[in-house]
Design a protein around this ligand. Sequence first.
Ligand code: PAF
Length: 280
Amino acid sequence: MRTVREVKALRGVVASWKAVGQTVAVVPTMGALHPGHLSLIAAARAGADRVIATIFVNPRQFNKPEDLARYPRTEDRDAGMLATAGVDLLFAPPAEAVYPEGFATSVSVAGLSEGLCGAHRPGHFDGVATVVTKLFLMTGADRAFFGEKDWQQLQIVRRLARDLNIPVAVTGCPTLREADGLAMSSRNTRLSPADRAAAPALFRAMSAAVAAIRRGTPPDEALARARLEVLRAGFSEVEYLELRGAEGLEPLDAPDRPARILAAAWLGGVRLIDNIAIDS
Ligand code: PAF
């Protein structure tokens, strides 16, 4: 696996692949890789001739400077994992290669970015949309792979590719879970042992709500019960636990179209998110 840090070098490698008719997939990451990321790499390998992984801790998507500062940076370890997983090229640019002096453009996906995580992390999704747009344009990838765990992010990325006519096919890959149901996330390592033991309560409560709604329980009743269960398990705050349309993320009173329950909740100073389909 080759590592490049400059856009020119990246474009050179991609041009050489495309010149011989090879298709290219990209898996954008911020590093601190876990098996969930490796499942995206595996899907990318199955879906294209060549795979690029990117590692860039994007300053524009952090609301708080302290979160950016403490985000784990483990490039050597990550690069080893990516090489073993069969990635062809790692693009790990410095911040100046992505946001040069005078950078003044922002991509904002209205509507989809506003509720759920967007309501609690102002500017976060504009930062994500801007960097993902740049990564699509810099790599020129034909396909891109994102985790369904960040469901709102996935819908935003699909929409920006469509709205801006970027010729990349975006694929969502299923959330990988620990044996006890906790969605894999680089944030899980920040949980204390006691909080790690309590954390699966979020998925358990959401799964129980999904089952109840499928049985005909009114969604507000099922969601209120789930909220209570999460708080009883030791979470300090439920930011949201809602039923939304799967694609447009519109609030729903009933699952009368493809729908998902999405949640964000705080446990011991760590913000966990998850989502589950109602109709699967
Ligand atoms: O999901 C992430 O890791 C990030 O939001 C992404 C898509 C790599 C953009 O920085």
